[in-house]
Design a protein. Structure first.
Lengths: 320, 872
């Protein structure tokens, strides 16, 4: 099968491309800068119709991961990368007669700050989504699923908190904070958090490429299906990286208020650097986030291969 | 002259399908046309029709759940009465007789031909029964919610309605303001959702639209000369002749229609089946939404002709009665019951009371005759508020001998729980000690009060008793000997521990009680040579019935911890005890206080050949520890429940021989007892066919001659528990092994339903409790059914094991070492390990862990801080 993977410079995009290559698919990747992959690469902006049309031409399937993933920066940047980028990919797929599109989304598109306890994949809700990233991804997923048709089967896959060796987003930030003693536990540390080891997420995306067609027009949350108290998850990541585990506890109310202040200061100063604490982060670290995986596993015919503990062991090996 | 009614916007109201809404214009007996609004599920060519009639000031919205849950093939019609709901408004009061006629005009216009089951609530009850009496040829059954058809003697009318009836008050309360409309939906606890309350008020927004609300109240015939009085009385008397099946669904917290109205209805419809929804108030349909399924089931049973009394193995035809052992030994002068009042610690003891077999037999005969003479005869329910004692024993057998029914609700239920239980059981008399009589007064129990426990007649009068056991006994010496009750007469209502919701009354017949006694006697080889030391209330009573002498230790049986090794020894010495029965909680204390035993006391305990413990899971380690205290005793623990005891039995040696398995091995079913399981669905419902295939986990089901007759005043609960005819569903979950032994894995509501299948708690708890760092564990599920994850809550070793009843202590995440150890031991995927200072346990046995409460607390903690917050 000929498959285009957009956003292959990121941890999950690269892992997905590698997995497709390993099983013998003809893989092309599209991203701004060269990726360490032994396959044809199209370099450019995912919102550029010319670049995207060139990459999509002749493909059987597209896995669309390219996105702006961050917590700061102006809305226009998120809109261009996530909304316009997706729209561009959808148009190119339709024009080129691509039959399958796996749109990589996020559980945050459907949820505000409330606890998520064993929930399924609710519809994307741009109005209720928190922050530029979630809102732009919600708009993008809506457009992607609206484009589902007999000619182009679209499946939205929402991996939850992907981590693994080489991860600069989740693991990188946690480890960096822990190393400098700036990683507090917010609240009791008991909130159950599910995460996704990168190999499992990549395997789910490959399974989605195969399932797309018979399964289409719906969103599926992907996770390890191993919720753990957030304190245990953070401790596991820190132990694997060889940095001190979080010890200091901050009451949730204090953290949330502090996040609000920090966000305000960052907005006023226009700082581009990621702020040390946001309300969103305070909530993420203090409320349950885990999902009912039954529909996902049935639809994709996929189960995670790497357990949480095995994931920690692999991360530790990568840090040694 | 009528006012037009606006079209209802039913789509806005929760729970109603706008497609049910329809209007029909019907001419009344004077030829005047009226426009009706009704809910109608529109089934054509129906098997039958449910005609649902609301009261005042509600409307057909009351019946929305029943319309949605219609039995297969049945049409459900719920009209808004004229002037009410979204039916046409009236300018004049419409009297009862006219409303009954209106309903007949409506059903004729709708083409209802029968069979019809009427369903009525509040004042709709009377109207529906009026229709029923005028359509006997179509009538298949009647269902009533909280209602009244008559003013019971001595009642001045429902106080609240009378208040609304008072001149000057009524117009203001019912019409001028929405007070009455709003108050009706304000009685529920917990409160109804605001949207539902608004829906009830929706048709009554203005004084003009509330006119009939006031007229309805005015039409209640409190006074003899009232224009509707004759109609109401004709209906109230007429239903005494109704021979169709009847179902009463009752909310006991109704401040309008209280217990006396229910009693009045049951008097008029003695064959009616009853379900009391504990906690529900006047709007029973709102407070107990499950009412709709209950009616659907009841109707389906009528349609299918399900037999009222299912087949089950009957006890052998016998002329034995629960008191027969007394008759057998009527000339035996050896002790039947000994009460120990206090030990001296050196093996000497004093008896607080002693009665011989001959004396007890004589006393029971006299007392029974006295009871009947005082009006406590066949079928009377007698609340037994006497501490276990010779007096209680005599009273129990006398009540049975009189053909009456003992009602036993122990203090472990708390005063409120006891009140609910005893009033719900409809006690007509109370036998009480001084303490019991005081409690009866506080609880406001109706009927005759009889003092027990040597209370003087003067003191008895002061406590509100009209007589004493001694007086009745004296009276009985000259009274006629009572007739012997039929074998299938009720003999006892016993209450469950109430560990999972309100305590349930369990009814036994004399035949079932005899079967139970025979089973216990044969299982444990009890002979007249045995002496029973009964530190567990039920067995203190049953000793004489088993034909063995018994001794009651000097303890408060409702506080299991009050039995010490010394007290047990003193009681054993007092009667040459060979058999000991005590709860596991009591036995823990015996083990803990064994060091205080004197040589003489140890010697007395050495004569015990059999130890029985029940009431909650009995750990093997406890039985093993007891070997040091009771060296000659074979330790047995029967498994069973209030509804069926015993079901199986296992000895300590048999437990030791059984390898560790998933659950607690409770042994083989006893002779004549059949055990099957009903396999669980992935969401934890026990829907499988009954099977004895080894290894299948499911709800444990029991069939035997000594299983309960039924739950009392809980028709729907009984229907669910006996949905396999002849079998009792226990609510316990377990499996049978290849040797036929039963293993208990937990309670049905405590099963964890993970995406990978169901997980039962007991096996995991046993493995975790075997860890050195853990003294107790509870396994619970967190998350939605079918997608739950497992949380293990442990009490770390070294925590003072304060197994206090009541709410759970605070939970906190376990440290990483403990969490890792628990995960390694659990043998299943564990999402979280939490610690606590204590686990909540039931009051009666202080040992059944309330996993539902633990799950609630764990769920809240594991949801995190945002669980109850929502921000924009």
């Amino acid at each position: 099968m000929r498959v285009l993977v957009t956003g292959a410079s990121g941890m999950l995009g690269r892992a997905t491309a590698e997995r497709l290559l390993a099983r013998g698919d003809e893989v092309t990747v599209l991203q701004r800068h060269p990726a360490e992959l032994d396959c044809p690469q199209v370099l450019g902006d995912v919102a550029d119709p010319g670049v995207v049309a060139r990459a999509v031409a002749g493909q059987d399937a597209v896995v669309h991961l390219a996105a702006k993933v961050d917590v700061t920066g102006p809305w226009a940047e998120y809109e261009r990368a996530n909304v316009t980028g997706t729209r561009t990919v959808l148009a190119a797929c339709a024009a080129a007669g691509v039959q399958r599109l796996v749109h990589v989304s996020s559980p945050s598109v459907a949820h505000g700050g409330s606890a998520l306890v064993g929930v399924g994949a609710e519809p994307a809700d741009p109005a209720g989504a928190r922050g530029h990233y979630a809102r732009s991804k919600a708009l993008a997923e809506r457009e992607a699923l609206a484009a589902d048709s007999p000619a182009l089967a679209v499946l939205a896959v929402r991996p939850h908190l992907v981590w693994g060796p080489g991860d600069t987003q989740l693991v990188g930030r946690i480890v960096e904070r822990a190393r400098s003693g700036r990683l507090p536990l917010i609240g009791s540390g008991a909130a159950l958090i599910d995460t996704t080891y990168v190999d499992n997420a990549a395997a789910a995306l490959v399974a989605a490429v195969d399932a797309c067609g018979p399964v289409h027009g719906e969103a599926l949350v992907v996770s390890n299906g191993e919720p753990r108290p957030v304190a245990e998850v953070l401790a596991g990541l820190c132990r694997a990286a060889g940095v001190p585990e979080p010890r200091a506890r901050v009451p949730f109310g204090v953290a949330w208020a502090a996040g609000a202040v920090v966000e305000g200061v960052w907005a006023l100063t226009g700082a581009r650097r990621t702020p040390p604490l946001t309300r969103f982060l305070a909530e993420q670290l203090a409320t349950a986030h885990w999902f009912d995986q039954r529909r996902t596993r049935e639809a994709l015919g996929w189960t995670p291969e790497v357990s949480l503990d095995e994931g920690f062991a692999r991360l530790a090996a990568a840090y040694r | 002259m009528t006012a037009p009614s606006p079209a209802p916007d039913l789509a806005r109201l929760p729970g109603v399908d706008p497609a049910w809404s329809r209007r029909v214009t019907v001419a009344d007996s004077t030829g005047t046309k009226h426009e009706w609004h009704l809910l109608d599920n529109g089934v054509t060519d129906p098997v039958g029709t449910l005609l649902c009639v609301h009261g005042n000031p509600t409307w057909s919205y009351l019946w929305r759940r029943l319309v949605a849950a219609a039995p297969p093939g049945w049409r459900v019609i719920a009209p808004d009465q004229l002037g009410m709901g979204f039916s046409e408004r009236l300018t004049e009061l419409r009297p009862l007789a006219q409303r009954v006629a209106d309903l007949g005009d409506l059903t004729a216009a709708l083409g209802v031909t029968g069979p019809v089951i009427t369903v009525g609530h509040d004042w709709g009850g009377v109207i529906s029964l009026g229709w029923a009496l005028q359509h006997r040829e179509q009538l298949r059954g009647v269902v009533l919610g909280n209602t009244a058809v008559a003013m019971p003697p001595g009642d001045l009318g429902p106080a609240l309605i009378r208040l609304a009836h008072a001149p000057g008050v009524r117009p203001a309360a019912t019409v001028g303001t929405p007070l009455f409309v709003r108050a009706t939906t304000a009685l529920s606890r917990p409160a109804l959702p605001a949207a539902v309350r608004d829906a009830f008020a929706a048709p009554y927004a203005t004084a003009e639209r509330r006119r009939s609300v006031g007229d309805f109240v005015a039409d209640i015939p409190f006074a003899p000369g009232h224009p509707s009085r004759a109609t109401q009385e004709a209906i109230a008397e007429g239903i005494r002749d109704l021979d169709v099946p009847a179902l009463l669904l009752w909310g006991p917290r109704d401040p309008v229609f209280g217990e006396r109205y229910l009693a009045d209805l049951r008097g008029r419809l003695p064959h009616a089946q009853l379900h009391r929804y504990e906690g529900a108030s006047h709007l029973v349909t709102e407070d107990a939404p499950q009412y709709a399924k209950a009616i659907a089931q009841w109707v389906a049973d009528l349609t299918e002709g399900r037999p009222a009394a299912p087949s089950r193995p009957a006890a052998e035809a016998t002329d034995r009665h629960p008191w027969s052992a007394l008759t057998d030994r009527a000339t035996d002068d050896s002790p039947a019951v000994v009460e120990v009042a206090g030990g001296t610690g050196d093996g000497a003891w004093t008896t607080g009371g002693m009665v011989t077999w001959a004396g007890l037999s004589r006393r029971v005969e006299d007392l029974a005759a006295g009871l009947v003479a005082a009006g406590v005869g066949p079928g009377t329910r007698v609340g037994m508020l006497v501490e276990p004692s010779a007096d209680l024993t005599a009273a129990v057998y006398a009540v049975w001998r009189a053909g009456a029914v003992i009602v036993v609700a122990d203090k472990g239920l708390g005063l409120r729980g006891m009140r609910r239980a005893l009033r719900g059981a409809g006690v007509g008399a109370v036998i009480g000690s001084a303490q019991g009589l005081a409690a009866a007064r506080v609880m406001g129990l109706p009927g005759l009060r009889i003092a027990a426990g040597g209370v003087s007649p003067a003191a008895a009068r002061a406590l509100g008793a009209t007589t004493t056991l001694a007086e009745l006994e004296q009276r009985g010496t000259t009274a006629a000997s009572p007739a012997v009750a039929a074998p299938d007469a009720d003999c006892a209502v016993l209450f469950t521990s109430g560990a999972t919701g309100p305590a349930k009354g369990v009814v036994y017949t004399q035949r079932q009680a005899v079967a139970q006694l025979d089973l216990v006697r044969s299982t444990y080889g009890l002979t007249p040579a045995d002496r029973l030391v009964a530190a567990f209330a039920p067995f203190a009573i049953l000793g004489p019935a088993l034909g063995i002498g018994s001794v009651v230790p000097d303890i408060d049986v409702t506080a299991p911890g009050s039995l010490t090794a010394a007290k047990l020894a003193d009681a054993t010495a007092a009667a040459g005890g060979t058999v000991v029965f005590a709860s596991p909680a009591a036995l823990r204390r015996v083990v803990a206080t064994a060091g205080e035993l004197t040589d003489a006391q140890r010697s007395a305990l050495g004569g015990v050949r059999l130890l029985m413990s029940a009431g909650a899971p009995v750990p093997l380690s406890l039985l093993q520890q007891l070997r040091a205290v009771l060296p000659a005793a074979e330790a047995h623990t029967p498994y069973g429940m209030t509804e069926a005891l015993p079901v199986t039995d296992v000895s300590a040696a048999e437990i030791e021989a059984a390898d560790a398995g998933d659950g607690v091995c409770v042994g083989l079913p006893l002779a004549g007892v059949e055990v099957r399981v009903s396999a669980l669905t992935p969401t934890g419902r026990s829907e499988g066919d009954l099977t004895e295939v080894p290894g299948v986990t499911g709800e444990v089901c029991v069939r035997a001659a000594h299983v309960k007759d039924r739950y009392d005043a809980l028709w729907a609960t009984e229907r669910i528990s006996s949905r396999n005819p002849g079998w009792h569903r226990t609510g316990d979950v377990g499996h049978l092994d290849a040797e036929g032994r039963l293993w208990i894995e937990g309670r049905l509501p405590h099963v964890v339903t993970t995406a990978g299948g169901v997980v039962t708690p007991v096996g995991i708890e046993q493995r975790v409790e075997a860890l050195p760092g853990v003294s107790a564990a509870a396994v619970v599920g967190v998350g939605p059914a079918g997608a739950q994850v497992v949380a293990v809550v442990v009490v770390p070793a070294g925590t003072r094991p304060s197994r206090l009843p009541g709410a759970a202590a605070r939970l906190a995440p376990a440290d990483s070492d403990l969490a890792a150890a628990v995960r390694a031991a659990a043998g299943t995927e564990v999402a979280a390990v939490l610690t606590t200072g204590r686990l909540p346990v039931d009051i009666r046995h202080e040992s059944k862990v309330d996993r539902t409460a633990v799950a609630r607390a764990a769920g809240a903690l594991l949801a995190g801080t945002g669980g109850s917050r929502r921000r924009s």
